[in-house]
Design a protein around this ligand. Structure first.
Ligand SMILES: C[S@@+](CC[C@H](N)C(=O)[O-])C[C@H]1O[C@@H](n2cnc3c(N)ncnc32)[C@H](O)[C@@H]1O
Length: 338
């Protein structure tokens, strides 16, 4: 199944191996769903040497020297304040030319200064429009990138980070410990529930809920080193929308009337994106779509978008010069009355 060897992050000197069974499967599905946009995305996704990381600065241990250095190296800030909701406290830098910053080591007692991420991961966080004092649930939270980003935007009254997988839960705890000062830890709760049970456990408790769902993670699936595991994932893939819909139904229960819900995935798959949201809109009478097309317009200098046929859903698709994504984001609101 291995058809080519590509050099991964230079600092780690790992060889990433492209998995042909996954690539063939994606070729069939995505050329049908996305047309020409797929061939541009494909070129990026199969070439890890083109992949980039954005640098999210930690406001709790602000790296002034690094910020100067990033300016010097030609990095610019993401969105540049053009979005209707864009908290000044969130600073994320990215470069138009490929450049790599090493990730920081975890050291007990030391807060990290920055977090490396796919810049498109910030779209679901910003779509949530978190304000100081709000109660927010991150239903599928590990390894914690979006929880960290949420805390760069505002100081919630309560942040509940949930993760079902116990190994990944440890990773989540470590991320929170590395980025958040102790006094803020008092407003954060970490739990290990099946997200599908959260709605019954905590009905109507939250102002905002983020469902960053388990999905076919296109970038990582393309480089599965175990081809048997990859084939198994593909055959199980059609079960993912059922889980995603159940997680969303639970999130809706956990949301207070009038609250906002954001759903995101890092796959291009229509079945896990638009179809999941259409099913929710068709079957839940208390849920309304929220138009986020303005968000796509204001950040088109950094991101490429593929049409979704939905006003409430955006699909970031990688292309040359705008390598971020895949990322699907949908924004929904719970109505005040059923
Ligand atoms: C896309 S990842 C989340 C990434 C995370 N939001 C971040 O930004 O770092 C999806 C997560 O959902 C978790 N998950 C899978 N099934 C779940 C369930 N039933 N309830 C809660 N979490 C689940 C997975 O273990 C995985 O860590």
């Amino acid at each position: 199944f291995v058809i080519s060897k590509l050099t991964a992050k230079p600092e780690r000197k790992l060889a990433k191996q492209l998995c042909k069974v996954v690539l063939d499967h994606f070729d069939t599905q995505y050329s049908r769903e996305l047309g020409d946009a797929w061939s541009a995305a494909r070129d990026i996704l199969i070439s890890p040497s083109c992949w980039q990381h954005a640098v999210l600065l930690n406001r709790f241990n602000y790296p002034f020297e690094l910020e100067k250095d990033l300016h010097f190296k030609g990095y610019h800030t993401l969105f540049q304040g053009s979005l209707p909701y864009y908290p000044k406290s969130m600073k994320c830098y990215l470069s138009r030319i490929p450049h790599r910053i090493p990730s920081e080591r975890h050291q007990i007692g030391n807060l990290k200064k920055y977090y490396l991420l796919n810049a498109a991961s910030l779209l679901p966080v910003l779509a949530l429009e978190l304000r100081d004092g709000e109660k927010v649930l991150d239903l599928c939270a590990a390894p914690g990138g979006k929880s960290i980003a949420l805390l760069q935007c505002a100081c919630p009254g309560y942040l509940h980070c949930n993760e079902y997988d116990s190994l990944r839960l440890r990773w989540l705890r470590q991320t929170l410990e590395s980025f958040i000062p102790e006094p803020l830890e008092n407003v954060i709760k970490v739990s290990e529930l099946d997200g599908r049970e959260m709605g019954d456990a905590q009905p109507e408790k939250f102002d905002k809920v983020l469902v960053d769902a388990p999905c076919s993670n296109d970038r990582s699936w393309l480089f599965s080193s175990d081809s048997q595991k990859a084939a198994c994932r593909i055959s199980q893939r059609r079960k993912l929308p059922v889980l995603q819909i159940e997680l969303l139904r639970s999130a809706i229960k956990a949301l207070r009337p009038g609250g906002l819900l954001v759903y995101s995935t890092c796959t291009l798959s229509k079945a896990e994106n638009q179809d999941v949201i259409s099913e929710i809109l068709n079957s839940c009478s208390n849920i309304m779509p929220v138009n986020i097309e303005e968000m796509a317009r204001t950040c088109s200098q950094d991101f490429a978008f593929a049409p979704t046929g939905q006003e409430c859903g955006l699909l970031v698709i990688p292309e040359k010069g705008k390598v971020w994504g895949p990322m699907y984001v949908a924004k929904l609101k719970k109505s005040w009355t059923v």
